[in-house]
Ligand binder design. Structure first.
Ligand SMILES: Cc1cc2nc3c(=O)[nH]c(=O)nc-3n(C[C@H](O)[C@H](O)[C@H](O)COP(=O)(O)O)c2cc1C
Length: 207
């Protein structure tokens, strides 16, 4: 039986989407893993998205299907990606989780492997707090949290500005959004996908 990974993200300008593709690619590299890339619904009115330029940028990943709380139940591992909003997850992701009351009550996400990656505009703008505060939600669902161990040496890169934390992959978008995920950040994201999939596979085999 296949081990199923869902990579579920929200992205306004595309940075988290690019990380999500790398995370999904990493998970797909694990034999026996079946990987789906999904996004949560937008909440911001079209006019506001148009004003900030997000509408055009979002067209690049509009083809990615929407996640649903019911579908999450089928996964063995769930990897979530969100941009930072004031040091925490984006409202779009929060809204998605606010619709998981039934899954919470039925314990249907208990024992799934959970992991988080994120994006901020600035270097010290809350990457770690976004991921670790997200973990609280996953723990309430009974998930087994996995990050990125320092076995991934790119976490120690000091020769350039880079995202990447032991809690999960990150990128730094810059205040005007002009920076795109670096090779180092994308490699860490791939590592996270592979690492989560390997752990979920081992857990599934052990069942
Ligand atoms: C309302 C709002 C709050 C934000 N809060 C933060 C913040 O606390 N720290 C930070 O570095 N960036 C912050 N940002 C910038 C976003 O995190 C950034 O646009 C995002 O990481 C880019 O990812 P995306 O392209 O996937 O949307 C904020 C952006 C908005 C719109």
């Amino acid at each position: 039986m296949a081990m199923k990974v869902q990579v579920i993200f929200y992205s306004m300008y595309g940075h988290v989407w690019q990380l999500a593709e790398a995370v999904a690619a990493g998970a797909r590299s694990v034999a026996g893993a079946e990987v789906e890339l999904l996004q949560v619904p937008e909440l911001v009115p079209d006019a506001a998205l148009e004003r900030t330029g997000a509408k055009a940028l979002r067209a690049a990943f509009a083809h990615i299907p929407l996640a649903t709380p019911e579908h999450m139940v089928e996964a063995d591992a769930l990897i979530f990606g969100t941009p930072t909003r004031f040091g925490m997850m984006a409202a779009q992701m929060r809204n998605f989780f606010d619709q998981t009351g039934q899954q919470w009550m039925q314990g249907s996400l208990v024992n799934k492997v959970g992991s988080v990656f994120a994006s901020t505009a600035t270097q010290h703008g809350g990457q770690e707090t976004t991921i670790t505060s997200f973990h609280t939600t996953l723990l309430h669902h009974g998930m087994i949290i996995v990050g990125v161990p320092y076995a991934e040496p790119r976490l120690m890169e000091m020769g350039e500005i880079t995202g990447g934390t032991p809690y999960g992959a990150t990128t730094i978008a810059s205040p005007d959004g002009s920076r795109t995920p670096s090779a180092n950040e994308l490699a860490i994201a791939r590592y996270q996908g592979t690492h989560v999939a390997e752990i979920a596979l081992a857990l599934k085999k052990g069942k």
